[in-house]
Write a protein that binds this ligand. Structure first.
Ligand code: SF4
Length: 436
């Protein structure tokens, strides 16, 4: 049997697709390698959402070439899609395969000439195209598998390359979503994370059109796993039917990730994001009024060209004032091919770095305050399949996205238990297991 390894960078959708590639390879008699073994095939599923992700993708390819001498090297993913020349000019890379070729990796590497001239297979994804269904039935030791139900984006935010890397928004049909969730339930998974590139656009391309809220109603029944979690939803796409369903459902987790990016209306306009800071503020207050225990996660993009000190302060003030649980902070970096690339009012890197540090500290305070609200409460926790390395405790996650460390036996792994949250130490929440 020949062996392979896959390195994945970037979002949940990329991670899901790597699982699909791995499953395809295993069906074709390829074997995943153990650590320290030299593989016959290395696949790198790249990301280009930020300059850092792109740099890490290049580093990952070089590292695999170094550590697996003689292996076939295939580079795929968003960075390979938008800048294939970066990898096709790299000695040691045998095949560059755009995102639309992810369903054919085993076939590509059995083609003749793999060790001959480098092969670049990249299609233009700008025209509407069907959803590329990449089924995954096994998720290894992961306790919360992802299910990709939507791909692509039509929004063209000024800083974002994703619509070029993934094409137009398209969706997996609801009956297939339901079938996949049933399959995961039968395998014993307690939670599934529904993911997409612009999840709130789910179903708009289907005939008849289906909304994300309608899909949730369809899947939220006895055939569904115990817990369903939604990944990131854009503020303008977060419809009332999703919020009200989340409030009334026992299965949908009280957790929403809603990117803000900036709290300044001028910056939002320049980013080509079609909402105002007051719209965002009202949306967050509305969600919390309907779902009081909800964890709301927020993305902030710091240092977009033209972001003044005053504009950054407005973002900080908004973040301070709204009842959110955590922040993800991204420093702006120019992406080739986006409309922000040609803006002349870039900020010095040290200004961006300083602002990122400031708002990250604010994010840590918000997170702690959110955790403190639940100390003393008894919450449902899904226990993961691995222990925490530093404490040796079991690791679990509440419905509202609080990671909890607990003492207990391995037989609690992958189970949903009840735990009382007892204390916060070094920013980490500890609890005691109340289930036997
Ligand atoms: S909504 Fe904007 S930021 Fe999100 S993927 Fe689409 S273009 Fe990128």
């Amino acid at each position: 049997m020949k062996s392979f390894t896959i390195t994945t960078l970037g979002c949940k959708v990329n991670q899901y697709e790597s699982e699909a590639i791995s499953e395809q390879l295993q069906c074709q008699e390829w074997d995943a390698i153990n650590k320290g073994v030299v593989a016959d095939l290395c696949v790198v599923n790249t990301c280009t959402v930020t300059g850092k992700a792109a740099m890490q993708s290049r580093q990952a390819v070089r590292k695999l070439i170094r550590n697996h001498p003689g292996a076939l090297v295939v580079v795929t993913g968003c960075y390979a899609q938008v800048s294939p020349e970066v990898f096709s000019s790299m000695p040691g890379v045998h095949c560059v395969a755009g995102n639309s070729f992810k369903d054919r990796i085993p076939q590509l590497i059995t083609c003749e000439g793999n060790h001959g001239p480098q092969n670049t297979l990249v299609e233009d994804l700008s025209a509407p195209r069907p959803f590329q269904d990449l089924p995954v039935t096994r998720f290894g030791s992961r306790s919360r598998p992802f299910l990709k139900i939507q791909d692509g984006c039509d929004a063209f935010c000024a800083y974002c390359i994703v619509p070029y890397a993934r094409g137009r928004s398209r969706s997996l049909r609801p009956e297939i979503v339901m079938k996949r969730i049933r399959g995961l339930k039968e395998q014993g998974y307690a939670e599934v994370v529904l993911c997409g590139i612009n999840l709130g656009r789910y179903g708009h391309d289907l005939t008849p059109a289906v909304s994300l809220g309608k899909l949730m109603k369809l899947i939220d029944g006895p055939q569904c796993v115990k817990r369903l979690r939604l990944s990131s939803i854009e503020p303008t796409e977060l419809q009332e039917d999703v919020i009200s369903h989340l409030a009334g459902s026992k299965r949908i987790c009280a957790h929403l990730h809603v990117p803000l990016q900036s709290g300044d209306d001028e910056v939002l306009k320049n980013m080509n994001r079609h909402y105002s800071s007051s719209f965002y503020r009202e949306l967050v207050h509305h969600i919390v009024s309907v779902v009081p225990d909800v964890a709301i996660g927020v993305d902030v993009l710091v240092g977009f060209p033209g972001e003044t000190e005053g504009a950054f302060e407005k973002t900080c003030t908004l973040v301070e004032q709204i009842p959110i649980a955590y922040l993800h902070v991204f420093p702006f970096s120019k992406q080739k091919g986006t409309s922000a690339e040609t803006r002349g009012d870039s900020l010095p890197p040290e200004t961006i770095k300083k602002r990122c540090q400031y708002i990250r500290t604010l994010g840590a305070t918000k997170r702690r305050r959110f955790y403190e609200k639940f100390i003393g409460s008894t919450l449902e926790v899904l226990i993961e399949g691995k222990r925490d390395r530093t404490t040796g405790c079991l690791k679990g996650l509440t419905r509202n996205y609080i990671p909890v460390l607990l003492k207990g036996n391995d037989d609690l792994m992958h189970r949903v238990i009840h735990a009382r949250l007892t204390r916060i130490e070094h920013g980490r929440v500890f609890g005691e297991c109340l289930s036997r």
